[in-house]
Write a protein that binds this ligand. Structure first.
Ligand code: UN1
Length: 495
């Protein structure tokens, strides 16, 4: 029997007002019930918004360096509890321990980065056009922020949104994915242990259609930050548009790695394996297309197939395993549907494509690493986000064709090119349509101090992480101080 978990609203741990709950189970072993979580509804979400609104009145006045001190303590506590958090994450999300430790590390890095920002948050001073007048611009907090986060990075993604929101003086409601509520709960416990005051961070569990929608609708929420599917992102953006509410979206991807004929082939294979099958292919940044020059296509494909077949699949808590399960039954059904679509479209299934039959995989949502070759750029498996361990290999004959194929999808999050030709590398940096481009590295592994996000249907132009995130979580205010002691009229010709 699992434990009973709660929402956090205004400093109190509360069940849903309806007392309803939902189950959280281990995707590697569905007999393992992790716990029961509040199946919250609009009334719980609205209560959390009211608490955040109340707390904003005092939190916005806490000096940013003081808010930073709390975030330094959060960083220290995340270090202290790193292994515990990694194990919680693996148990509820499935990815292997090495990866969940990396996920927690990303949160630690994000804590210290944002803690330091408490002593920067720079504005500008500039000369005024009139004598005895001073002009400057400062960042001010926005207010109540709703953070709606996915299950694939159960700690790192909430930290990317929450730490910048807090350091800027906002208060938040975190609505974590239903598949990974325990990591979020432990995270909020740690925030409270570090000294975050009541109401500054609220946590509401439940379904996006209920809790997420209620937060997006609530007039007292000034900003929505969402990471998830493009379909849901469009709905959120439409609703926020109606209310002129700020919204930051990080949505899907169909990321590609190019391998040119001059590349270090072994390095490119290593990169593609990690990019495609790391996190069981469940990253927004995952490599789902490999665009390979025909001169090296056979060598690259054969090597990838051989390596993919050796990947050890199983429970991520067992250190010898290299790839955990998919997140849930619906995810596995989706992947299976795309395997059929790929076959029907005429792509050649080179390896995988099925549920593993080994005994250790019997109770979870496992899936074999899968590679299709002879994929054409316009096939659905080369256009649509699958979010599983499925790699589509597309052959090309020139650099120009490679770039055109890479750019030929609706998305533009991450991208990569393996080449030893500096001219090609720089042309790729210029011509690839994506928010992130790697030269001789895989499509995954973005660092928290650089802007993160993408072009086209991947988002709405915002970049979380980096220094750009502060433009999401603050308003600019321009301030003029006239110390002339008389009325001075700007833009009037005084001569
Ligand atoms: C995601 O999959 O939404 O760049 C985030 C990476 C990680 C973050 C991925 N640092 O692969």
């Amino acid at each position: 029997m699992g434990d009973n978990f709660k929402n956090q609203i205004d400093g109190k741990w509360l069940a849903a007002a309806s007392a309803k709950t939902f189950e959280n189970r281990n995707p590697a072993d569905t007999d393992d019930l992790i716990g029961l979580f509040p199946a919250s509804a609009a009334e719980d979400a609205d209560g959390a918004v009211a608490a955040a609104k109340k707390a904003f009145a005092s939190w916005r006045l806490v000096p940013a360096p003081k808010r930073g001190e709390i975030l330094y303590r959060v960083g220290e506590l995340l270090k202290k509890y790193k292994e515990e958090l990694a194990r919680i994450e693996t148990r509820e999300m499935g990815k292997v321990l090495k990866e969940t430790r990396g996920d927690v590390q990303e949160g630690i890095d994000c804590a210290f980065l944002n803690a330091g920002e408490g002593r920067r948050l720079f504005g500008e001073t500039t000369p005024a056009e009139l004598p005895n007048k001073f002009a400057m611009s400062v960042r001010t907090p926005i207010g109540v922020c709703a953070l709606i986060t996915p299950w694939n990075f159960p700690l790192a993604i909430p930290t990317w949104k929450l730490f910048p929101a807090l350091i800027c003086g906002n208060t938040v409601i975190l609505k974590p994915a239903e598949d990974t509520p325990q990591t979020a709960t432990r995270f909020v416990e740690i925030l409270i242990e570090a000294g975050v005051p009541p109401g500054v961070v609220n946590l509401v569990h439940g379904r996006g259609e209920e809790v997420g929608a209620a937060l997006v609708r609530n007039k007292d929420v000034q900003l929505v930050s969402f990471t998830g599917s493009a379909a849901v992102g469009r709905e959120i953006a439409a609703s926020c548009g109606q209310n002129l509410k700020r919204v930051s979206l990080e949505l899907g991807g169909k990321n590609a790695q190019i391998v040119m004929e001059d590349a270090d082939v072994d390095l490119a294979v290593e990169g593609a394996l990690w990019g495609a099958f790391g996190t069981t292919g469940q990253r927004c940044t995952a490599t789902s297309r490999l665009i390979v020059h025909r001169d090296v296509a056979k060598k690259v494909t054969d090597a990838l197939v051989a390596r993919a077949e050796k990947i050890k699949i199983g429970d991520g808590l067992d250190e010898k395993n290299e790839m955990g399960p998919l997140i849930n039954q619906a995810a596995r059904e989706k992947v299976l549907r795309y395997i059929e679509i790929g076959k029907q479209e005429g792509a050649r299934l080179r390896t995988g494509g099925a549920i593993p039959t080994s005994a250790n995989c019997a109770k979870g949502f496992f899936f074999q690493p899968t590679i299709f070759d002879q994929v054409k750029p316009n096939m659905r498996i080369a256009q649509e986000e699958i979010f599983g361990p499925v790699l589509s290999i597309i052959e090309i004959a020139s650099f120009e064709e490679a770039i055109a194929v890479l750019n030929g999808t609706a998305y533009g999050l991450s991208s990569s090119i393996y080449t030893n030709d500096v001219t090609r590398a720089f042309r790729a940096m210029r011509d690839i349509e994506a928010g992130i481009t790697y030269i001789n590295g895989p499509t995954i592994g973005a660092e928290v101090h650089l802007p993160f996000g993408g072009v086209k249907d991947t988002g709405n132009g915002h970049r979380e992480a980096g220094t750009t995130v502060y433009d999401i979580f603050t308003e600019w205010k321009s301030i003029y101080v006239d110390y002339s002691g008389k009325l001075q009229k700007a833009q009037i010709d005084n001569n």
